[in-house]
Design a protein around this ligand. Structure first.
Ligand SMILES: Nc1ncnc2c1ncn2[C@@H]1O[C@H](COP(=O)(O)OP(=O)(O)OP(=O)(O)O)[C@@H](O)[C@H]1O
Ligand SMILES: [Mg+2]
Length: 246
């Protein structure tokens, strides 16, 4: 087999006079090939990351309702919202340094999904894979696996592979042992693989501890994990609803 240098010399001889070669040596050509290979590998990896959520849920990682949520579109009307925005922003900006998780806890319509989606959209734009999924929806997927005679192992593997998994509506279906086992499994496996988890919940610290257990709660808040309380009233009340005129 001919060496790259020999091939390069032959190519130079074949070149019409006056042509300016793009590479002046075999090593330059090899370096260019290496760089192109790296670029392609990065593109493939990015495509894989983006298609991961599609494969798991048959939809993109962030549902349509929150697809356009950004940090900029989050309105700040009090100190709590200001702090929540700043914590969410710095969480997104520091993503990848360690594997800190986050918990957004608070009442309905306070913007937990909005800020989680803003984090998700920020990360998606930077090539990370993100999946925001409600626990009831996850339970449904698991049931579909059972009903289809399939093991849930592949689904759990996929859930553990996304860079950020946000579990929404944690605690909505209370007291179900199946949910507790599933959440424990997912959170445990992800944190063991050094992958963070986001939790969105209407439960307070005490109630969430009761639902998830102290072990999981410790793990969620360790290694720089953040807990943010959304204590203000619902943003939905600010939106003027259309009146139905009879
Ligand atoms: N501070 C805010 N600025 C702009 N929009 C907001 C703000 N807070 C909430 N919203 C909007 O209000 C709607 C409800 O917010 P969101 O879904 O994030 O609430 P939530 O805390 O997840 O509520 P729930 O507990 O009911 O799920 C969304 O459309 C969201 O974009
Ligand atoms: Mg919500």
């Amino acid at each position: 087999m001919k060496s790259t240098t020999e091939l390069f010399v032959r190519l130079q001889k074949l070149m019409p006079a006056g042509t300016q070669p793009r590479f002046r040596s075999a090593s330059e050509l090899m370096e260019w090939q290496r760089q192109e290979g790296l670029k392609r590998a990065e593109e493939v990896e990015k495509e894989n990351r983006l298609s991961r959520a599609q494969k798991i849920l048959g939809r993109s990682g962030i549902c349509d309702l929150h697809r356009n949520c950004t940090f900029n579109s989050y309105q700040v009307g009090n100190d709590g919202q200001k702090q929540a925005l700043s914590l969410a922003k710095s969480y997104a900006q520091n993503f990848g340094n360690g594997f800190a998780s986050f918990v957004f806890s608070g009442g309905c319509g306070t913007g937990k999904n909005h800020l989680a989606a803003a984090v998700g959209n920020y990360l998606l734009q930077r090539g990370h894979s993100v999946l925001v999924v409600t626990v009831p929806d996850l339970m449904l997927r698991i049931r579909e696996c059972y009903d289809g005679g399939k093991s849930e192992a592949a689904l759990l593997d996929d859930l553990c592979r996304v860079d950020l998994l946000v579990l929404d509506e944690v605690g909505v279906q209370r007291e179900t042992r199946g949910e507790w086992v599933l959440l424990n499994q997912i959170i445990d496996r992800r944190l063991a693989a050094m992958k963070p988890v986001g939790v969105l919940t209407n439960l307070n610290h005490q109630e969430l501890t009761k639902t998830l257990g102290e072990r999981v709660m410790d793990r969620l808040t360790m290694d720089g994990g953040i807990w943010v309380n959304f204590t203000w009233s619902s943003y939905r009340k600010n939106v003027t609803h259309l009146r139905v005129v009879k």
